[in-house]
Ligand binder design. Structure first.
Ligand code: NAG
Ligand code: NAG
Length: 370
């Protein structure tokens, strides 16, 4: 057994974890004072600079720089051309943990090539000018999905750094199903890489690209975040039903597309997790779905009772879903409607929540306690 548990104990855990899906929590009064900052053309992700200005990606391929105090919006040039369409385009943006010294910014995006499109991650130096704009310089592509496919969904391509400057990438299965189980592909995987894209010591698998892989069998993992204990959590969109929050463990297989708490869109059934306890089961799951688009684990003190909770931005629930994490269990405790499909949530340096609405005209909102 992967977890060193007795099979009987593991089966009992699986059975109790899968009695029912997460219930939508009761509607509560909106706890936020909402400050709209500015709007964007299909914003996708954001990252705070040390001076509290904010980089925002727009799916068609623009990188914006926003000063939340003046609400001024500038442009950063030098973004590579992106394969815009379906779920594809410009994706994530993250700063190197030593950004203050090296000015390195990491971006993910869909790129075109033989066979269709695939996600790529590049890094570049961010050089700012005094008029609220700037440029990416010396851009180098340091990672690519191992195959390009004609589908335009499930890139996922979130980028996350841990305290050791190790880079984590969530790589979706590109609507191709089986590659999520194949070590000849890095699709449908959670990857652990050095900050230059090379493979660090300590990963559980070998080969190319298998040595990049930390965990496998994921579908469309649009959110990854560490908790205070250094555990990695992930949210992913399931098929028809079965959105998941998973605790990502070294070498674990999360079972897609062999098992799921949802079924195929054409109605064809997929066996449930309870039938195959060798696959790591989600800590909570949603049917009907919430369509999780990003994840943070709250660490601030502005919303003091939320410390350690997972906050999920949700397209389907039109707002945020708050999940209480206790040890290795997870349970939805609050659903907060913001009235719009929500593309990204991030915690600001002051503990405020910053949210990007989805789609054309999507706004950047600052949420503070009411
Ligand atoms: C600052 O950068 C932006 C984007 O590259 C550019 O449009 C603008 O002209 C620059 N301003 C100056 C003063 O260089
Ligand atoms: C960072 O490295 C240390 C020492 O190898 C390790 O104990 C720790 O778990 C690592 N942190 C993360 C988030 O991987």
């Amino acid at each position: 057994m992967r977890y060193g548990l007795s099979t009987t104990f593991a089966l009992a855990l699986v059975a109790s974890a899968f009695a029912t899906p997460s219930q939508p929590s009761p509607r509560q009064t909106n706890p936020f004072t909402t400050t709209p900052i500015t709007d964007f053309d299909e914003p996708w992700s954001l990252a705070f600079l040390p001076d509290n200005r904010i980089l925002v990606t727009e799916k068609r391929g623009q990188l914006r720089l926003v000063d939340p105090t003046t609400k001024a919006k500038g442009t950063i040039t030098g973004v590579p051309s992106v394969a815009y369409g379906g779920q594809g385009g410009f994706g994530d943006v993250a700063l190197h943990p030593n950004f203050a010294e090296n000015n390195l910014v990491y971006i993910s995006y869909a790129e075109s090539g033989t066979g269709g499109a695939g996600a790529a991650v590049a890094r570049a130096k961010l050089v700012l000018n005094t008029s609220g704009g700037g440029a990416l310089q010396g851009l180098e592509v340091i990672w690519r999905q191992s195959q390009k496919v004609s589908a335009t969904g499930h890139y996922s391509h979130r980028i996350l750094f841990d305290g050791n400057s190790t880079m984590w990438i969530s790589s979706g299965e590109r609507q191709a199903f089986d590659p999520a189980q194949a070590m000849t592909s890095n699709l449908g995987k959670i990857l652990r890489l050095n900050d230059d894209g090379t493979v660090p010591a300590g990963n559980p698998f070998t080969g190319t690209p298998g040595s990049q892989v930390w965990a496998l069998g994921v579908r469309n993992p649009l959110g990854i975040a560490f908790d205070e204990q250094g555990r990695l959590w992930e949210v992913e969109m399931g098929p028809m039903g079965g959105d998941e929050i998973n605790l990502i463990e070294k070498g674990a297989n999360y079972g897609w597309p062999i098992v799921s708490q949802g079924d195929h869109y054409d109605g064809k059934a997929i066996p449930r997790h309870s039938t195959r306890p060798e696959f790591a089961a989600p800590k909570a799951w949603w049917t009907p779905v919430i369509s999780p688009s990003s994840l943070i684990i709250y660490k601030g003190s502005l919303f003091s009772s939320w410390k350690g909770n997972a906050i999920i931005s949700s397209l389907g629930a039109l707002g945020l879903v708050r999940v209480e994490i206790s040890g290795t269990t997870a349970r939805e405790v609050q659903r907060i409607s913001l009235g719009k499909r929500t593309r990204c949530v991030r915690e600001g340096p002051d503990g405020a929540l910053w949210v990007l609405e989805d789609g054309a005209g999507g706004r950047l909102l600052k949420l503070t306690p009411r």
